[in-house]
Design a protein around this ligand. Structure first.
Ligand code: CA
Length: 438
């Protein structure tokens, strides 16, 4: 279990001035990891840490030898690589040692400040890569509010299937089409059954949607044939990003039975490029509860620790910027807000369930949380919910209406954590723009 330590101290400030601006996603208490290079160059991609509006280049830090702690120095070498898999595989002790060392050199008054000025790259001058080689991508379905309202649209008489309250439901997603924020995706084509018809056509999707999710990167993983007990589950998780599971609803409704989503989801997934570590999220942990009237989890999915701190208070937002908003410079419109603390299952339960049959998770695997919808209708994490299956289009601030995502729309997720007496940290943007069908 991670505990609060000096890196979470809310009074800490950084000599990187932009990190101290109120509302900045990346204060010195955050220190998320990503992989970057300067835009427009052929430089090698390498590991970095976001601080204010800058990136601390971890390879450049390594050459300066300002980090002397051996565990932290070993972790620094791994974290500077072109993918973070080796760093993720090292486990919490290494992650934590490096976080502490980076916090110390980035604080106001750090002795290393003079040497480090040349190790910063402005974020606006960088391009970000997918931060790990993602071997497998599994997408869960942990919001009971989303599962119930979507289930009602697909199966009005039987919205929530009987297994839902017993296990974190998931399907195997597609790793090859995951990209970082800024992704531009053509509208997918697929087999679609016209309303009232019984012969499908192959055509561009007409009901393109987003899904507001979090993604968790697996750290050390587990051996094939072994299971992970719930008390160890979180030590196998490295950190969290925002994740947009783009979904073609018309393709989905025709293909999803009997084996679940396939081409409706596999054409694109967008993630935010900065991985906020589980340790950075420690101050925002909160109790996880299960309503008394619902089945309580089976013993392998339950623990006192999971009950007292299994949930995480993360405010999630969806913004949409249409072509017209971009042209008129009006800025994006807020579509919805929800919170990950409303999830029916926790990360620990998802990871335990995933390995409960002996399936091995490997460093850099990605787990999606499923669409995070809150209990209120306006907290839907997908347009399918907000527009009641497309029947009641949402009216945006400038009068435009949306039942589903249109060509030229940029869908942007944002998220942040705050707690009394704690720093506010954020996740950066997770944005993707829809292009006309290729
Ligand atoms: Ca999903």
């Amino acid at each position: 279990m991670t505990a609060l330590n000096e890196t979470h101290d809310p009074s800490l400030t950084s000599w990187v001035e932009s990190a101290n601006i109120e509302g900045c996603d990346f204060p010195v208490q955050n220190l998320p990891f990503g992989v970057f290079r300067r835009s427009g160059t052929r430089e090698a991609f390498r590991g970095g840490v976001a601080i204010g509006d800058q990136i601390l280049d971890l390879n450049a830090v390594r050459t300066l030898r300002v980090i002397r702690n051996q565990t932290a120095a070993d972790a620094l070498r791994a974290a500077g690589a072109g993918t973070l898999n080796a760093f993720m595989a090292m486990g919490p002790e290494a992650w934590s040692a490096l976080r502490r060392a980076l916090s110390r050199i980035l604080r106001t008054g750090a002795a290393a400040q003079g040497k480090l000025a040349g190790t910063l790259v402005p974020q606006r001058e960088a391009e970000m890569a997918v931060p790990a080689n993602i071997g497998d991508f599994t997408d869960f379905y942990t919001s009971i509010h989303h599962a119930t309202s979507v289930g009602r649209l697909f199966r009005p008489d039987n919205p929530l299937l009987p297994n839902y309250k017993w296990m974190p439901i998931a399907y195997h997603g597609r790793a090859s089409s995951i990209r970082t924020s800024g992704q531009r995706l053509p509208r997918p084509r697929g087999q679609i059954l016209p309303p009232g018809g019984n012969t499908p056509e192959y055509a561009p999707c007409r009901r393109l949607d987003y899904e507001l999710e979090l993604g968790a990167f697996v750290g050390a993983g587990n051996n094939i044939g072994s299971t992970v007990p719930i008390g160890e589950a979180e030590s196998r998780l490295f950190g969290i990003v925002l994740l947009n599971d783009w979904s073609a609803r018309d393709i989905q409704s025709w293909e999803y039975q009997p084996l679940g989503p396939f081409l409706a989801k596999s054409f694109a997934t967008t993630i935010s490029p900065w991985i906020v570590t589980m340790e950075a999220l420690e101050p925002y942990r909160t109790a996880w509860t299960r309503p008394d009237a619902d089945p309580q989890p089976l013993p392998h999915l339950d623990s006192p620790d999971n009950r007292t701190r299994g949930a995480i208070d993360i405010t999630l937002e969806v913004w949409l910027e249409s072509e017209r908003m971009r042209r008129e410079g009006s800025g994006p419109a807020l579509l919805s807000r929800s919170n990950f603390r409303d999830s029916y299952w926790t990360w620990a339960q998802m990871l335990v369930h995933h390995t409960s049959n002996g399936c091995n998770l490997t460093p850099g695997d990605l787990l999606g949380s499923g669409t995070q919808s809150g209990p209120k209708p306006e907290e839907g994490g997908a347009l399918l919910e907000l527009s009641k299956g497309g029947r009641e289009p949402v009216t945006l601030a400038n009068g435009e209406r949306r039942a589903f995502v249109e060509d030229g729309d940029t869908v942007m997720f944002r998220a942040s954590c705050s707690a009394p007496g704690r720093a506010r940290i954020g996740f950066g943007d997770c944005a993707g723009t829809v292009l006309p069908a290729a």
